[in-house]
Design a protein around this ligand. Structure first.
Ligand code: OAD
Length: 247
């Protein structure tokens, strides 16, 4: 089938779906100018791989460096705007309440800024902070330090970005809700992810095993193409509005 025929067939499936689940990755924010996770790092950060910065060990060893990297990313994301792909997902959920579960690996908050609610953010939120160690009674004495991670004035506990670092467990309730949605959906759209990181990437097989129609939307081949029933080769910002615009 041609791309147009594939697109029309998937659009029909989405229109008929009692429940649609969508798993997004960094590619859905690419058209907003936010580099994808595996895009080459630029400028000051070119000499580091994300795997060397997004870990608890890196933060404990170099708190200021890791904090600066997240401050750099927060600045870039704050300048970005949700794109047509984000808006198409939010618009569909508004017009068809309770028919879409949005699961994202992204921490940029662009789905939420586009108006999506109840987003299952598997890897946390870039603009939120958490305590590095279990907070003690003294930890409400947070000492803000502009440009550095704030710390507890009582025990020195540091604030860290509330994102899932390599080697850390995902928020269990969020993951369980995402797995339930993958099992219960009629169609799963897997959009803008290289499918290299588990357990998020495993949602495609979970949906496939439960009988869902699995559709990959990506500008390039991915590890999940083999799990998909259909691969729509193209940009999320162009394809999602085509798939989700019906009233
Ligand atoms: P990646 O950078 O691994 O993959 C981005 C994917 O988006 C690639 O497959 C690109 O081909 C695709 N892509 C780029 N532009 C696109 C566009 N306009 N439309 C559609 N697809 C496009 O990012 P993720 O797969 O999201 O986890 O990475 C998953 C996780 O790996 C991240 O959440 C992060 C990292 O470990 C944590 O930080 C815990």
């Amino acid at each position: 089938m041609t791309v147009a025929q594939d697109l029309a067939a998937v659009r029909e499936r989405v229109a008929a779906a009692r429940h649609l689940a969508v798993l997004t990755g960094a590619g859905v924010s690419a058209e907003s100018g936010v580099p994808t996770f595996r895009d080459a790092q630029t400028g000051l950060w070119a000499r580091f791989r994300p795997e060397e910065l997004a870990t608890e060990a890196a933060f404990r060893a170099h708190p200021q460096r890791v904090w600066d990297w997240y401050a750099f990313r927060r600045e870039r994301v704050a300048e970005a705007q949700p794109n047509a792909g984000h808006l198409a997902l939010a618009g569909f959920a508004r017009r068809h309440p309770d028919r879409l579960t949005l699961i994202t690996q992204n921490v940029d908050g662009l789905h939420q800024r586009a108006g999506s609610t109840g987003v299952l953010a598997l890897h946390g939120q870039l603009f939120e902070n958490a305590w590095l160690d279990a907070p003690q009674p003294c930890c409400d004495l947070e000492r803000e330090r502009v440009g550095s991670p704030s710390a507890c004035a009582g025990c020195g506990n540091l604030r860290r970005p509330a994102v899932v670092w390599f080697g850390e467990a995902l928020p269990l309730k969020t993951l369980a809700a995402a797995q339930q949605a993958a099992r219960a959906c009629d169609v799963l759209l897997v959009v803008g992810t290289s499918g290299q990181v588990y357990p998020a990437a495993g949602l495609a097989q979970t949906a496939q095993d439960a009988g869902a129609h699995v559709v990959v939307v990506n500008t390039a081949p991915t590890a999940l193409d083999a799990v998909a029933d259909v691969v729509l080769r193209g940009s999320a910002a162009l394809i999602l509005p085509e798939l989700l615009s019906f009233k």
